[in-house]
Every structure is written in structure tokens, then in C-alpha cells.
Design a binder for this molecule. Sequence first.
Ligand SMILES: [Zn+2]
Length: 364
Amino acid sequence: MQQTGNINPPGISDVEYLPFHQLLSIVDNKIAGVIARGFPIALYKKKWLSSGIKQNSNFKLSDLKRFPFLTQSDLIDNSRDSSPKKYAGRHIQFWNSADIESPAPCWLPRGKDDVADYMRYALRIAHVLELREDDRILVLSQAASGATNMLPYALAHVLKAEQVRSQIITMDMGILRHTKKWVEFLNRNRPKVMIAQGKDALELTQMLIGGNSDQSPSASSPPDGSLKPMPDLRLILLYGPDAAIQQTSVYSTYQADTHLSLGLVDLNLFGMECSARQGIHLWLDTGIYEIIPQNEIAKEQTQQGYVPGSNWLWETEAGIQGELVITNFSEILPLIRYRTGYLVEALGHETCRCGRTHPRVRLL
Ligand SMILES: [Zn+2]
């Protein structure tokens, strides 16, 4: 525990502030290994060979754009048609899926190194959120097998390892809807930090206010006379597809600082706002980010067979909007040039006011 009372483990914070060229060299050093892990996987093998890409061990970042894009349909089709070994290689330790509520969820297996990475990312989240001693953290978790479901347990693990005495309360909206006792529990145990999807945070407001009687000791009146649903709450980390749209409502409802996160957890990546709130930092040491500009997407939609071009996020001018493409460094099933479907706006190359060097986007 540091003297500031905030979590600030050495090493974790260093990479946030590395000079940009050092961040790029981390990425460049990883790319050959990532592609080597992709070659034996059925998902990539055929596609890459038919694009004229031959295996070698010297791939650099500049080679990445020669590789074809990967789509969610590719993942769904391959997970249905392949054995686990062919789909993702060996030594799978953990399966999680994206779009768990859709009829065809997309399975994303992880190896032991990926699980270890998740723990490190959880620690980094704790650091960026500047979690403090004695924080009580409510995580509105999602149903398994989304990887967000792991977050409260990972946080509990890493905070204990850092000897930070915090409490984690993990709760599912389905439970809250059906068991009023848990709403009373939250009203008694006043969380100071909340991690939630925007829609869940807003739904929870109604439950908390509805669960409070006028005499409730937990209900406090701010100067404008409205009721604060969580009187002790100082910080909310919002994630999910509509986080940016719901941020203003959540902020005004809870009257607590609200940071956005990009819902990349299932893709083994994280991105979140810092206290400067100048867009979401995408952690460049954990993945590679490209943007397909809107004009390229428009050409793709009107010209059959057109393959859109992309820009490295860190070279994209501020204000350019488009689809986010990611490459992660997963051990078992690296996602290489995966089209996320997320529309974002690049925020330029300047170092953030917080001092972090990782590129930033705004969610659209
Ligand atoms: Zn920042």
C-alpha cells in the first residue's frame, strides 16, 4: 500500500507513461510471435495462404496490413465447424464468449498466460481508477461466460495481493430484480465505486430509490433536493455498447464522477478513460489498433468485393471516425485484424493531460 492511500503498484504504472516509440517497439517485438501462433489455426491458415502470405519468422508491424480482416462470422463459423484443437490450438484453460445473449455467441478461448494477463489488466484497472484503501466496489457483473464476469474475482485477487483492504460486491441484475433483500443490502453497504453497464446502472437507480423509505438513513439529499441513490459513490466505470450515450444520465443520476471503458474485455483487451476524461485510452502494449475510416466503409458497402483500407490508430488525425479493428496478443487464439463493429473517433497523437501516452478514442 502506498502512502497516498491509493493503489499504485510500481511497474504497472510505468507502461502507462512510456515514450511512444517504446510502446511501438513493444508491439513490434510481439507481432512475429502472434502471427506464428495464428498459422496453425484453421481459422487463419486457408485465408492467409489464399492471400499469398507465406509463413516466416520475421514479420514486423508494417507487415500486418497484408493480412486479411477477421470478422465475427469467421469466428462463429469456425467454432461451429472445428474441433477445439483446430479452432484454437492446445492448452485451453478457459472459455469465454462475446455476445452471450445472441443466438450465435462467439467463443474466445484463453490459455494460462491469457488468464494471467487478465489479472494484470485487473490490477491496471484498479490503478487507473485510483482505488483506495477501504473502498467498497460494486461490480454489476454479466452472466457467464462473458469475460466481464471474471472481473470482480480478479479485482479481489489483485487487491489482496497488493494488500489493499477493499471490499468487492458482485451482483447480477437478475438477482437484484427478483430479490429485494439485495437492494436493501446495497442501501446498507453503500458502495463507493461502481463498475457497470450503463443500462444496468440506470435500472439500479430505480430499485435503490424505490427500496428506500423516506426515513432510510442511506438516502441523502444533495443541494438540489433530489435523492442520491448511492450517497457514498464517488466513481463509476461504465462499459457496454451504449456507455457513451448513457454517461450523461448516469452522471446526473448518481452525481458521481463517471469514466468510460470500451467493452473489449471479451477480446482480451482493455481501454478506459483516465481522470482527465479526454477520451478512452486504448492500451497499446496489449494490442494493435486500426481504424477503417467511414469513407472506406461506404465504398465497401457500395462496391462489391471492395476491401477497405485502414489507418493505424496512432497515425490517424483527430476527428477521423470509423470502425475499430484490433489485434490482440492472446496465447491460444490471437485475434488478428478483427473488425469489432465499434464506431469510434480518433483523438489525435497528443499525450493526454494525465501524462499517458496511449492513443485515445471517443465512442460513437
Ligand atoms: Zn489520460
